[in-house]
Write a protein that binds this ligand. Sequence first.
Ligand code: BEZ
Length: 221
Amino acid sequence: MTLKLGDTAPNFIAETTHGEIDFHKYIDGSWAILFSHPNDFTPVCTTELGAVSKFLPEFEKRGVKVLALSCNDVESHKAWTKDIESYTPDAPVTYPIISDPKRELAVKFGMLDPDEIDSTGIPLTARAVYIFGPDKKLKLSILYPATTGRNFNEVLRVIDSLQLTATHSVATPVNWNVGDRCMVVPSLSNEAATQKFPKGFETIEVPSGKQYIRLTPQPNL
Ligand code: BEZ
């Protein structure tokens, strides 16, 4: 099964390093990120979990609950956590790591990487990132192969865009960061945009003469 944007997160109950978690109860009206890993005690994963621990205050600032998944058992996760905390000091791993040794959740969420097979011939879990909104619907998914570590600065950047565009009639252009100008969404007429954006908007001239590139200051600043 592949989760599509707008799909409601399938609920599950899983063993984690923080005990049993019911996913829907865990989300509980917040934004949430669920990110998966191929295996405990592997080098790239160790750097990623440490980076997420460092970024926890940033996730908290944005009201995003964090949940990791790796296809090993809880005892293994707990032992591995000591390595993660040693590799990335001053950043305790205080978020739960789901245990998924049979890859049941990885299959449910479409997270498997067919190019990375374990010693028993089963595909490992890829590096999936799923971001769910407070309505439990999928807002963004990114799937990296096991061999490429993620950029969690980019994950925070897309959360900023998702949270902004969820409540304002704007989209964010290439390489946008908080504070940059946004684009007025195409569905909004010039008249409606004038009403909606008191700071105004600039229409960029293009050879087609079509007035679809309209820039406005970030509306919530
Ligand atoms: C890693 O985390 O380093 C890794 C895991 C599985 C395959 C390749 C790399």
